[in-house]
Design a protein around this ligand. Structure first.
Ligand code: ATP
Ligand code: MG
Length: 439
């Protein structure tokens, strides 16, 4: 045997039953987005490296140290695996002039890639579900988008998620604040850690985001962006807050919330939980009015958010909010291979009638005994066994054996049904609306 090949570190296979929870979440979220008029967009996983360097900013964690960037061996192009979804969506919107007939509300789902230290809630391939509203400039778009997330948690039964918001103002205001920050931190240079030293002139705003406990007091006393905002920016933020208040959506203004990416303007927000340890941000976003111009398009406003699917699922799991995994309606037991020509057409009719049937099939050691087939039927979670035995088939029948107890606690008796009129009795096998869990 040769060496076993394993998955790349920090990149996970998602297998059953977990994959069923992923599908469930995706379906629920899709349905939720449709209620707000959002439509799906699918962009490539590989993009030109320049898109992220320009879009996210050169001095961001992602671009500095987390990006899977590489050269295409065949033509020398500089490419990258997407570390987030917004830049690609904005590129596509610009490239196809999607805003020509008005604003667009878009959503995506898919894998993102960042070369980080893998730990609980932090992977190198992880998944985001994100929304972007493009061409909408007013604060009501920010508020609607935040409400869409807040109410999604309620729809999913998720608890212990709180909203933090802040404003980053507009570029000239940030410039003034940046200068004030540099002056302040220069005066306290001895208290800066290595990371902060490095960022002092490149991205001083990010120093406010430090997780170093030794620097908390220093950061608390730093000049606040809020004090540099003009009336336009203050009014935008104020309206967002008033609309959240009007909708009864609780939030905390966190002046330290700066977000990692350069492209944000005005509103930024995060939904955080205390239940997931250090990786507590489940969803994050904000307004990014400068991004379309950054990727070469006509300036257009945008606002969006992305949730970390792994973190949301982990939280749902901790809070026991994940649904039970769906099981097949029936398991087809086939004692003798001679029966296949009769069995398989019947199963087709059942499936066409909406019944889910798991067909027993031979393994390396053949079909196996009736007893072992029944064991498999039981383990599948199916509610019925369909027994295609020789005697039944000879009589033009299939035997139906209930495998689970009904509401009264008893298991029903075995019956037979005619093979010639499958469509007449197929519905008897169909699942009730509540799914069950496999053994
Ligand atoms: P963090 O501060 O946790 O590194 P971030 O600010 O880098 O997060 P964003 O770029 O805002 O994260 O991505 C949005 C969401 O995607 C995050 O809130 C989180 O739920 C999820 N996420 C980000 N990076 C990872 C990762 N490496 N593994 C799993 N989920 C992630
Ligand atoms: Mg990060």
């Amino acid at each position: 045997m040769t060496d076993k090949i394993t998955a790349v570190k920090g990149m996970n296979d998602i297998v059953a039953p977990d994959s069923a929870h992923w599908e469930w979440l995706e379906a629920r979220v899709r349905e939720w987005f449709a209620r707000y008029g959002y439509r799906n967009i699918r962009t490539p996983i590989v993009e030109p490296l320049a898109l992220f360097v320009r879009g996210l900013g050169e001095v961001t964690d992602i671009v500095e140290k987390e990006m899977y960037a590489f050269e295409d061996r065949l033509n020398g192009e500089q490419l990258a695996l997407r570390p987030e979804g917004t830049a690609g969506v904005v590129r596509a919107v610009v490239e196809h002039s999607l805003l020509y007939d008005g604003p667009k509300r878009l959503y995506y789902m898919g894998p993102m890639f960042r070369h980080e230290r893998p730990q609980r809630g932090r992977y190198r391939q992880f998944h985001q579900i994100g929304v972007e509203a493009l061409g909408l400039a007013g604060p009501e778009a920010d508020a609607e988008l935040i409400a869409m997330a807040a109410d999604l948690w309620r729809e999913l039964g998720l608890q212990d998620v709180t909203l933090e918001i802040n404003t980053l103002g507009q570029p000239p205001e940030r410039q003034a604040h940046r200068q004030a920050l540099i002056t302040y931190f220069e005066q306290h240079r001895d208290q800066l850690d290595a990371d902060a030293q490095r960022r002092l002139y490149t991205n001083p705003l990010r120093i406010l985001d430090t997780k170093n406990p030794a620097m908390q007091a220093l950061v608390e006393g730093a000049p606040r962006l809020l004090d540099h905002l003009g009336s336009g920016s203050l009014a935008h933020f104020d309206t967002v807050r008033r609309l959240l208040d009007a909708m009864g959506i609780a939030y905390r203004v966190n002046p330290r919330l700066v977000r990692g990416l350069d492209y944000y303007h005005h509103t930024v927000f995060e939904f955080v939980t205390q239940s997931l340890g250090a990786q507590g941000t489940v969803c994050a976003g904000g307004r990014y009015d400068g991004l379309t111009a950054e990727v070469g398009g006509k300036s257009a406003p945008g606002v969006g958010w992305a949730m970390g699917v792994e973190r949301v699922l982990e939280l749902l799991k901790t809070q026991q909010r994940l649904p039970s995994v769906p099981v097949p309606d029936a398991y087809a037991i086939v004692p003798d291979a001679a029966a296949w020509p009769q069995v398989m057409p019947v199963l087709r009719v059942l499936r066409a009638a909406g019944v889910s049937v798991l067909m027993h099939a031979s393994g390396p050691d053949g079909l196996g005994s009736m007893k072992s087939q029944f064991k498999k039927a039981d383990a599948s979670g199916a509610r019925f066994a369909l027994i295609f035995g020789g005697d039944e088939l000879a009589a033009g029948q299939v035997a139906i054996k209930p495998l689970r107890a009904g509401a009264d606690g008893t298991v029903g008796a075995q019956t037979t049904r005619p093979l010639a009129r499958v469509a007449d009795w197929a519905s008897e096998l169909r699942a009730p609306s509540t799914p069950r869990t496999a053994a």
